[in-house]
Design a protein around this ligand. Sequence first.
Ligand code: KG4
Ligand code: ZN
Length: 336
Amino acid sequence: MRILSIESSCDETAAAVVEDGRKVLSSVVVSQVEEHKLYGGVVPEIASRRHAEAITGVVQEALEQANMTLKELDAVAVTYAPGLIGALLVGVNFAKGLSYAAGLPLIPVHHLRSHIASNYITHQDLEPPFLCLIVSGGHSHIVAVEDYTKMKIIGKTHDDAAGEVFDKVARTMGMPYPGGINLDKTAESGNDKAFVLPHPKVSGCEYDFSFSGLKTAAINIIHNAEQKGEEVNTADLSASFRKAVVDCLTENFLKAAKDYGYAKLVIAGGVSANSLLRRRLTEECERLGYRFYQPELKLCGDNAAMVGSQAYYEYLSGNTASLDLNAAATMSIEKG
Ligand code: KG4
Ligand code: ZN
């Protein structure tokens, strides 16, 4: 089954053609990062407008690269939630138009479910059940993936997401947007013991996260130094901060795996590109005898190949939409 998939939930306009959920025939991603850099973060209105400009060309390119016409497709899939509402609506409306014009089924895909599916492309043998740590700019979840379309949230953040705090601390240190990747690179040459930072726990919810106190502690170090006219060693602060975030993510994830009896662990989302998180979980899983799966780097960020992969499994479980499909800014991964 060949699916044309579309993604426009944040600041990447993407389209792909994916066969039977696992084989990527084409994947095109047009990023708006350079424009949002000017403002230090994503400006929703600008994001929507750029999606509207780019989407036709991106879809055409995806079809051309796959050497395919609309007639050779079996379905159209689109990210419909969660994300920036104006951005999502561009993709949803485009997909509805295509589905209507070509007479193809329309498959709605949850953004975080698609992040998980980036692993089905990277690891052709990977199948549920497994435990997944999903860490992106807007979410930090520990999810029991019982089946391709059956998920249960075991832990989540009570405030900021991991990607969000990486971006905010990086911005305060003067790094360009998106800060997460820059902070990660800078941290490689720093001393992770140079600054003592809190490792917040959420009382009564042992698998949940809270990152806002940790973020404030790091930002206060920068502001205090500025007030005293001192310079903060950004490599050391990046390394100490990255370690604190990765400690929290790893501890809760491994605890959940042990308590729920999962020996197959998966990571997904933009922050799954973090080099320390990848190294740490590789080592820990080896030590504990768990199987560990991570998406290839080019599939960690937003793309449409992962949407096409998840869409196949949504279709198999009967999840198609009618032409009154709407976008939603928030939506639980459990509801999908
Ligand atoms: O999944 P994603 O591309 O978009 C959302 O769905 O939010 O995630 C983007 C997030 C951003 O906060 C970005 O800074 C972060 O992922 N990120 C990283 C790294 N690469 C991307 N955070 C830490 N280390 C990285 N190497
Ligand atoms: Zn994402």
